[in-house]
Design a protein around this ligand. Structure first.
Ligand code: C2E
Ligand code: MG
Ligand code: MG
Length: 702
């Protein structure tokens, strides 16, 4: 279960991450494709408009040079060797063997400067502010504050200004600076060299210029800005994506690990964190996993409302949370179950601490006192106190162990149970019973034993109780204490009670037919029957099927059923009595007794529990209670049966108090059918002496 959930969570996280990642990659790719397109367009433009021209010029220059070489024509040479046409000739070994012009254009050294001017004002009248006449080739107007403009254009709009002439004609330094700044303000030129192979393995390396106008630079700047902007956007996208992903993961984790009812931690969270903490912890300290159960939760919901019950669960969570320290965990497992992990060094200390937590929980509500069951599993420890490896820790298993320990708690009061090997054995026993019960019923492995009831004054046989025994081919004779509580939990008890009733009814019928002097035989009816509204009719039908008179059958109910559904129980008792059955209250005085239930239930017989006699102190207080109980029963028109009577002294006392019947080892132990038939035949002949029979000796594990 845990693994399936973990896998699902990881799949969810992965699909989200993958989805976001795909989207993110797509957007990023789109942005970079746009960058690449823009840069390529710009690059192509540069290559096309700038470098190609220069390259073309270099090729032409090389061709002219070669033809000048061939023809030896000085005029052609002169065409190449013009200022600006800087080149060198290198041979195969890379040695410079010729050349022309300067390698650089240095204003300070009095070289030349090429000014590419805009011919906006070609043909315009010369202004009178500053007119500079440079040689015969061209005339240039220099506006000191703005730029150099061409009036008479040179070839291809390019004019040459001889620096010496320029310097001599400019009237002031400011004007020169203006010329310079206007020249520099329009464009930048980066020199580079183009290598053109020519004949004889030589190379003509021509100086070329990569000229970029400022308006081009502006475009480039704009493009660069766009690229930077896009990069920033991409970066922001990445950051937003990462933050969003972290937040999403946190949210998914929160939802996945949040308990709907309490709004706090749930079981998967507990498992994940408990395992992490225990695995990481060194050898110091030990951990205990607790299964804490709010016993009264269902009843509380029934009596109040589910909403109030849930509020109580929230309060329980708060108390547990408040009691959890560092490296200790708490989670709501399910319904009334909470999982808790505590640290400890000594078992006694742990038990003491749990007790304190329970007492805090018991008083969580001013109007009610609640009960809590706590099953404890000391992680990795064995019964002999050794601690096993924490690396292979499995919290589900440990919690299950705690649950198994908790399941051994009986009664309704708060209690703590520690998991140990005995519980493992017990669990195996429960499994064995669950597996074999149906087969055993089919094979009639369940036997009916009868325990006679005698009148203490006359020693006369007055009745008997039918008690079940399991004669297992594997485990031998098993006493009911070892399987009845399991049947009560797994629901098989209803089949057993029908089985017993049917066998008793058939036996009684057979004995009647054989001429025995039959006395009423009581059959135990488990409390879980009372949810069936037609229980009285079911009993009547079973007895009628055997054809047994109803007055020979008595039904023993336990008082605990009264608290499950008082009205249903009273209604069933009334109907059973109407049908002519005797109804008795079993185990009166064993835990649940309430005089109120006696008042409300129209019973015929009160069976005083063996506990009254077993734990009678030296001051005889038990006897006082028994005396009063017998009186009370008599006043309510009920007969009394004392159970578990083992000695003569008790019999005498009960006879004196007017107890109607005695069921105990003093007279007889539960016995097989044949022995009981013998007792019926004898009547009171063998009663009145302690039964030394050895039924217990044949009971396995009783
Ligand atoms: P219970 O109905 O209270 O039965 C009386 C128990 O007290 C019997 O134990 C009986 O053997 C024992 N007992 C009687 N006299 C003495 C005595 O002098 N000393 C001592 N130490 N014990 C005495 P048993 O047969 O082991 O049954 C235990 C319980 O199992 C019964 O208590 C009853 O609650 C349940 N049980 C037995 N048979 C059935 C059955 O057929 N159906 C149901 N629902 N429960 C049954
Ligand atoms: Mg009984
Ligand atoms: Mg009893």
């Amino acid at each position: 279960m845990k693994d399936i959930k973990k896998k699902k969570l990881n799949r969810l996280k992965f699909s989200y991450a993958a989805g976001s990642f795909t989207g993110f990659v797509f957007v990023t790719l789109l942005i970079f494709v746009a960058f690449a397109v823009m840069l390529s367009v710009f690059g192509l433009y540069i290559a096309d408009s700038k470098i190609r021209d220069e390259n073309f010029r270099a090729q032409k220059q090389a061709a002219v040079y070669e033809s000048a070489e061939k023809t030896g024509n000085e005029e052609v040479y002169a065409l190449i060797n013009e200022p600006g046409n800087d080149y060198i000739i290198i041979d195969e070994s890379g040695k410079i063997i010729g050349g022309y012009g300067n390698n650089t254009c240095d204003l300070k050294s009095g070289g030349t400067i090429d000014v590419l001017a805009l011919a906006q004002e070609v043909g315009e009248e010369i202004h009178d502010n500053m007119n500079i006449d440079i040689g015969t080739e061209s005339a240039v107007t220099v506006y000191p504050d703005t730029q150099l403009r061409m009036v008479t254009p040179g070839v291809n709009g390019r004019i040459r200004i001889d620096m010496a002439v320029l310097m001599s004609t400019l009237t002031s330094r400011a004007t020169y600076n203006a010329v310079l700044s206007s020249a520099q303000g329009d464009f930048v030129r980066l020199p580079f060299w183009i290598d053109v192979p020519i004949s004889g393995g030589r190379h003509m390396v021509c100086k070329a210029y990569f000229s970029v106008y400022f308006r081009e630079l502006k475009i480039f700047g704009l493009l660069a800005s766009v690229i930077v902007l896009l990069s920033i956007i991409t970066l922001i996208c990445i950051i937003v994506y990462i933050c969003k992903n972290i937040r999403y993961r946190r949210k998914v984790n929160e939802l996945f690990f949040m308990d709907e009812l309490t709004g706090k931690h749930n079981w998967p969270w507990f498992v994940a964190n408990a395992e992490k903490i225990i695995r990481k912890s060194g050898s110091s300290g030990r951990y205990a996993i607790l299964d804490v159960v709010f016993v009264n939760y269902r009843n509380f919901c029934v009596c109040h409302s589910v909403k109030e019950g849930e509020n109580m669960l929230r309060s329980v969570y708060s108390v547990l949370e408040h009691n959890a320290g560092k490296k200790e965990l708490i989670a709501h497992h399910s319904a009334a179950h909470f999982a808790m992990m505590l640290t400890f060094h000594e078992k006694d200390y742990l038990e003491d601490r749990i007790r304190r937590i329970i007492s805090e929980l018991e008083n969580i509500n001013n109007e009610h006192k609640f009960s809590f069951w706590v099953g404890v599993d000391m992680v990795g420890s064995t019964v002999d106190g050794k601690i096993t490896s924490r690396r292979n820790i499995d919290i589900e298993r440990e919690y299950n162990n705690a649950g198994a320990a908790r399941a051994t708690i009986t009664g309704d009061d708060s209690a703590i149970a520690f998991f140990d090997d005995k519980i493992v054995e017990e669990q195996k026993w429960i499994d064995m019973i669950n597996e074999n019960q149906d087969k055993a019923l089919e094979n009639e492995e369940f036997l009916v034993y009868y325990q006679p009831k005698y009148d203490p004054r006359t020693n006369e046989l007055k009745g008997a109780e039918a008690l079940i025994r399991w004669n297992s081919p594997v485990h031998g004779m098993i006493s009911p204490g070892r399987f009845i509580p399991i049947f009560e939990k797994n629901g098989f008890i209803t089949k057993i009670d029908h089985y017993m009733l049917s066998h008793v009814a058939k036996d009684q019928r057979a004995w009647l037919d054989s001429g025995y002097k039959c006395v009423p035989v009581s059959v135990n009816v488990s409390r879980s029957h009372f949810i069936e509204s037609d229980l009285a009719e079911q009993i009547r039908d079973i007895v009628d099927l055997a054809g047994t008179p109803h007055d020979l059958i008595e039904l023993e109910l336990t008082e605990s059923a009264f608290f499950d559904d008082k009205n249903a129980m009273i209604a069933t008792i009334k109907r059973l009595k109407e049908y002519g059955f005797t109804v008795s209250m079993d185990d009166f005085g064993a835990g649940y007794s309430s005089l109120n239930s006696l008042k409300e239930m129209p019973l015929d017989v009160l069976k005083l529990d063996a506990d009254f006699f077993r734990n009678d102190g030296a001051d005889g207080r038990g006897r006082i209670v028994v005396t009063e109980a017998i009186k009370l029963a008599r006043n309510l028109n009920m007969r009394t049966v004392a159970e578990g009577i083992e000695d003569r002294d008790q019999v005498d006392f009960l006879a004196e108090q007017g107890c109607d019947m005695i069921q105990g080892f003093y007279f007889a132990k539960p016995m097989p059918k044949d022995d009981y038939m013998q007792k019926m035949s004898n009547g009171s002949k063998d009663a009145g002496k302690e039964d030394t029979g050895s039924e217990d000796a044949v009971l396995a594990d009783s």
